[in-house]
Write a protein that binds this ligand. Sequence first.
Ligand code: SF4
Ligand code: SF4
Length: 156
Amino acid sequence: MTDAIERTGLAKQFWEKKPLNKLNTKEWEALCDGCGKCCLNKLEDEDTGEVALTRVACRLLDDSSCLCAQYDIRHNFVPECIVLKPDNLDTHAYWMPQTCAYRLLWEGKPLPEWHPLLSGTADSVHAAGVSVKGWTVSEFDTPEEDWEDHIIEEPI
Ligand code: SF4
Ligand code: SF4
């Protein structure tokens, strides 16, 4: 599978040398491993603040590629879709998937060996079984009251 994210011409291990808020746009975008898990619907316990990911995907997620089908114009369809940036990561890291590169670095952890920046290929994410490839259900077909039946264990 071709890598949809541009990762060429970047300094080696740049994420270990610069803080997240000093990364340029290309470096920031290259951190995304393409797993697609941030496009899954979540359930949040109002009392405990605990977040559970479900296999119920956003209507725009293509789970064969793990990409957004309308990334550039997605806010026309899904206005609530978050644009993750260095200055809002503090607010959002808690609900991001546990294997998400942004969350891992925000927590001071290293990137896993299957991350495309280390493996050199986007396929390693799918081979490691950490992407949503082929196992989501549609939010159109799954009423919200049933989402609890689709909670997934993390990390996957
Ligand atoms: S969970 Fe993180 S690494 Fe995975 S697709 Fe979303 S932003 Fe990228
Ligand atoms: S609109 Fe696109 S990027 Fe946003 S959650 Fe849905 S599939 Fe993911």
